[in-house]
Design a protein around this ligand. Structure first.
Ligand code: ADP
Ligand code: ZN
Length: 190
């Protein structure tokens, strides 16, 4: 039986390559070692590793996960005994994720949400700003700027495409590490 506890939301946010998935995996592995019941969800749009039932970091760490296309599927797939819920690439779930996270928190679960704080053109990426505001803890990570080695809080799309809407996923580019680069404030406009 799951012990009744206060919910807790940690949001892990930053640009591509900053280690969001790595941090999510680190935390869920620790929860599993503590014998907590853990479920991790990722968006099916991310086909970096085919249809694998795991989340993978850029450096190859992985953890078991369930692929979904809508935030509401989290509640449908949730096991009653689950105590820790990880949600990777949260930016692809839209604002519906906010209600789902609120529900998970009300039911006393620990929720770990990782996602891009900004799009590749530096627009706040919903629902991340709201989740960051609601969170008990926000872990904001930076990557390494590929041009100068400084702290990169942005990622920039480096392939040219027409009709780009940075708020919509381009399935052909999701997770393609040759399409985006981590950049610092100074190097973003280079
Ligand atoms: P995210 O989920 O934020 O995209 P990941 O957790 O998947 O990041 O991957 C983080 C790993 O990516 C780092 O540990 C490092 O090995 C690798 N990496 C590749 N490029 C960079 C970069 N520019 N800055 C930092 N780490 C990078
Ligand atoms: Zn730089």
């Amino acid at each position: 039986m799951r012990k009744k506890q206060a919910g807790f939301l940690e949001v892990i946010a930053g640009p591509m390559y900053c280690g969001k998935t790595e941090e999510l995996i680190r935390q869920v592995k620790r929860a599993a070692i503590a014998k907590k019941h853990v479920q991790v969800f990722k968006h099916a749009i991310d086909t970096r590793y085919g249809k694998a039932k795991r989340v993978y970091s850029h450096a190859g760490l992985s953890f078991l996960s369930e692929r979904i296309t809508k935030a509401s599927q989290i509640l449908k797939k949730l096991h009653p005994e689950t105590e820790v819920v990880g949600i990777d690439e949260a930016q692809w779930f839209g604002d519906n994720l906010i209600l789902v996270v609120e529900h998970l928190l009300k039911s006393g679960r620990r929720v770990l949400v990782s996602g891009l704080a900004l799009t590749f053109d530096r627009t706040p990426f919903a629902p991340m700003p709201t989740l960051m505001a609601m969170a008990d803890k926000v872990t904001k990570l930076s990557a390494i700027c590929v041009l100068c080695g400084g702290e990169a809080i942005f990622h920039k799309r480096i392939v040219k495409q027409s009709n780009i809407d940075p708020l919509l996923a381009d399935p052909s580019l999701v997770g393609r590490s040759d399409a985006y680069e981590a950049r610092c404030r100074i190097c973003f406009s280079k």
